[in-house]
Design a binder for this molecule. Structure first.
Ligand SMILES: NC(=O)c1ccc[n+]([C@@H]2O[C@H](COP(=O)([O-])OP(=O)(O)OC[C@H]3O[C@@H](n4cnc5c(N)ncnc54)[C@H](OP(=O)(O)O)[C@@H]3O)[C@@H](O)[C@H]2O)c1
Length: 334
């Protein structure tokens, strides 16, 4: 049986184009000793993939030209040559944008589909959920009664951040693009307020209106002008969590924050993080997130696009706000 995969053919300039990728077909791989063969079910699409396409120093090595595009995925073990994993086990890992993957067993983490369906394991119980959990609780350190402002709030990470903030007794305020997304935040996800940044003339003024006592925690997924508008509204001793800056990922001239002196004026701090910083504690996050989900306090949404062929176009949904919840591609029924 064949294995289709998307490889990085060129380093994109600006938004990735179809010609930056090549769809190749190779024979299905055979696992070596210590490896498992995984039939992929769903492949996660993440804004970070855009950064992995760039050459240069980062928190992880760039994808090499000609290599299968790196991506998180969930699938089923169909052959095992390693102790600890057996045929029929379900696993998550960085298996790439492809249909089959032979990987060292140490790179395949077993999950339990009885706890949540497979897509949830690369969304709310996967990278995005854990990023929301550690970024908010460990970097943002929200206290009951505080105002937590979140950008890209209707997205996979942001929607979980706002819900955890509410669970922790905070007032969650979301920034999102469009009335539908804002309605979702307030009516279904329990945010106290939502700001449609596409409809506001001045975002900083809208934040002031919805956060009259200032912003105690700003969880930023967007960067650029959004970060500056939030910096203009900090409360004393605020914490600004730099989770991402999606508005800048395709820019050849990224914008630096202009209102950074607000950190001085408000004795505030701004701190970035990558999820890998917390790799020893993933189980703790999954336990908490799965518990809230089971109690009905955490709602998780997936936006599932069909078929590996859709990869280059589907990825762009993230950068124009077309996704509704955690974006992923369905590869196969496993
Ligand atoms: N630090 C870490 O370890 C880590 C780990 C995972 C993810 N992240 C970061 O978390 C952020 C969210 O990732 P996600 O996977 O959860 O994606 P997502 O929020 O589900 O999707 C991205 C959303 O960003 C918004 N957006 C895109 N371009 C924008 C722009 N120019 N201005 C304003 N908003 C824009 C869109 O929502 P609207 O319709 O509201 O515009 C879009 O739906 C990203 O910055 C990502 O890099 C960081």
């Amino acid at each position: 049986m064949d294995n289709r995969q998307f490889r990085l053919a060129a380093r994109p300039v600006g938004l990735p184009k179809r010609s930056d990728f090549e769809l190749t077909t190779t024979p299905r791989p055979t696992p070596s000793d210590g490896e498992v063969l995984v039939r992929l079910a769903y492949v996660s699409l993440d804004p970070a993939m855009r950064g992995w396409m760039n050459e240069g120093r980062s928190y992880i090595e760039a994808v090499k030209l000609g290599d299968v595009m790196r991506a998180y995925a969930v699938g089923r073990v169909v052959e095992s040559r390693a102790p600890g994993l057996s045929e029929g086990n379900y696993v998550v890992g960085a298996f790439g944008v492809q249909e089959w993957a032979a990987v060292p067993a140490a790179h395949a983490n077993q999950i339990d589909p009885a706890i949540a369906p497979l897509p949830t394991w690369i969304g709310g119980l996967g990278v995005t959920g854990m990023t929301a959990y550690f970024g908010l609780t460990e970097i943002g350190k929200p206290q009951p009664g505080e105002t937590v402002l979140v950008s890209a709030a209707a997205g996979a990470t942001g929607s979980v951040v706002g819900q955890i903030a509410t669970i922790r007794g905070c007032r969650a305020v979301g920034i999102a693009g469009g009335a539908d997304k804002c309605r979702l935040l307030v009516e279904e996800l329990g945010f106290a307020a939502a700001i449609d940044y596409k409809a506001e003339e001045k975002l900083a003024a809208a934040i002031r209106r919805e956060c009259p006592r200032g912003v105690d925690v700003f969880f930023d997924n967007v960067g650029g002008e959004t970060l500056d508008a939030a910096l203009a509204n900090l409360a004393r001793r605020a914490r600004v969590v730099i989770c991402g800056a999606i508005s800048q990922y395709n820019s050849t001239t990224p914008r630096a924050p202009q209102n950074y002196l607000s950190l001085l004026v408000h004795s505030a701090r701004m701190e970035g993080f990558v999820l890998f910083d917390f790799r020893q504690r993933y189980a703790e996050a999954v336990l908490a997130l799965a518990g809230w989900r089971a109690e009905g306090r955490l709602k998780l949404f997936e936006d599932i696009v069909d078929g590996i062929e859709s990869f280059p176009d589907a990825l762009l949904k993230l950068f124009c706000g077309e996704n509704r919840g955690k974006l992923m591609i369905k590869i196969a029924d496993v």
